[in-house]
Design a protein around this ligand. Structure first.
Ligand code: GLU
Length: 424
């Protein structure tokens, strides 16, 4: 497990250590069988591959990619693939573990996995991106399959990347295998509502939190950090629900206006110029500073480790809904809890994405497709039920919302391991 190149290259603390610390915490709280606890600390499989790609200028560049499968007790492993310059194996391990808890928490029959390639997709041509995606798929091919491991979009990957994965895998098999990957375009077995699913799930959980706290979502002020698929659509859906989106940010800058932003306009601007940097009529902030601006609902939808002990005391929001995976450190968790902030943890808040991925996989396997209304209704049912289960543990056991979510998520995986037994 110890990987020198990873630990040395990492500027920040090990995210995997943080994920294991969370697991240890929940194990103690729920009196988890020590043998099952030990089992769950380790990823089942991890693969590192080198990906040689012919670049447009004729040179060869070798990218490094990872696929980690954490646990498969409940079914095939599931989780996104991210393309980012700062991807590390340590991070992918943590994200794979979190996928195990997330799938189990919302009651879908999957284990957890994650993948990543160290690259900067913003600096690559479409051709380079396609060749890298295809070669990566081919390198991890033997791990994948609708009954084995099913990738999906994550940071800086989209429906087009998923179509290339599906095509590469299918070319190797000799027939079309739509169920090998989710988040695909509709034309090749994608699902209605998948693109919006993560954001829609976040908004459903925020609505449930408002109901619990007797707050009115309509008229509440919201800030969203991150303007990718989850962040931008969450901003749009929240404003459709009557919330006032006062701040958003992308990787370069944040924009804030206490009277509210016109989200359609901000989305069009970002689409046109590729950034929020030159948007006018707003207060400009640093992408991280936006988290500290006044609001009722804060949605970190960017990256890990954004809320730590330095900025947690300055956060003004009453509700934090984690659309990103792992945006809050354990130290920040404790501070937010003491300050009475209601936290909707990542494995609950952002589970809408993988839930509709599950619907997509089910539709692909049956070759029978549902309407967007059917998808959204089923998603709402899953998210509302998961929220209620976590809230009940939070209230009954007097533990914070993250611990409550972990108790449900880890508990179901532990039960499956116990009932299946250890082979041989
Ligand atoms: N990448 C998303 C997540 O972190 C979606 C995973 C999936 O749909 O498999 O939950």
């Amino acid at each position: 497990m110890e990987d020198k190149s990873q630990t040395q290259s990492q500027q920040e603390r090990s995210i995997y250590d943080m994920a294991v610390a969370q697991l240890n915490n929940v194990a103690k709280k729920m009196n988890l069988d020590p043998n099952v606890h030990e089992y769950l600390k380790y990823p089942k499989r991890e693969l590192t591959v080198s990906i040689p790609v012919k670049m447009d200028d004729g040179t060869l560049h070798v990218f490094i990619g990872y696929r980690v499968q954490h646990n498969m007790a409940l079914g095939p492993t599931k989780g996104g693939i991210r393309f980012h310059p700062k991807v590390t194996l340590d991070e992918v391990r943590a994200l794979a573990m979190w996928m195990s808890w997330k799938c189990s928490l919302v009651g879908i029959p999957y284990g957890g996995a994650k993948g990543g390639v160290i690259c900067d997709p913003k600096q690559m041509s479409k051709g380079e991106l396609e060749r890298m995606t295809r070669r990566f798929t081919s390198e991890i091919n033997f791990l994948l399959g609708p009954e084995r491991d099913i990738p999906a979009p994550d940071v800086y990957t989209d429906a087009q990347v998923m179509a290339w994965i599906m095509d590469t895998y299918s070319m190797d098999k000799g027939y079309s295998v739509t169920g090998v990957v989710t988040g695909k375009p509709i034309s090749v077995g994608g699902s209605q509502g998948r693109k919006e699913a993560t954001a829609r799930g976040v908004v459903y959980t925020v609505a449930e939190a408002c109901r619990h706290l007797k707050m009115n979502l309509k008229g509440s002020k919201a800030i969203i950090q991150g303007f990718g698929n989850a962040g931008s659509i969450a901003a749009k859906l929240l404003s459709e629900e009557g919330a006032i989106v006062v701040g958003v940010s992308d990787s370069r800058s944040g924009i804030y206006n206490e009277k509210g932003l016109n989200i359609e306009d901000v989305m069009a601007f970002k689409q046109e110029t590729g950034s929020l940097q030159n948007y006018t009529g707003v207060t400009k902030t640093d992408p991280r500073e936006i988290l500290e601006y006044p609001c009722d609902i804060l949605i970190p939808a960017a990256y890990e480790n954004q809320i730590d002990e330095t900025n947690a005391p300055k956060i003004k929001a009453k509700i934090i809904a984690e659309a990103a995976n792992g945006p809050t450190t354990p130290e920040a968790d404790a501070i937010l809890h003491d300050r009475g902030v209601f936290l909707i943890p990542d494995i609950l808040a952002n589970a809408g994405g993988v839930t509709v991925s599950y619907f997509e996989w089910v539709q692909d396997i049956q070759s029978l497709f549902w309407t967007e209304k059917e998808i959204n209704d089923k998603l709402k049912e899953v998210m509302t039920r998961a929220f209620a289960n976590v809230l009940k543990v939070h209230l009954d056991k007097k533990v914070d919302m993250r611990l409550a979510a972990y108790m449900v998520g880890v508990g179901r995986v532990a039960e499956a391991i116990t009932i299946r037994g250890i082979y041989p």
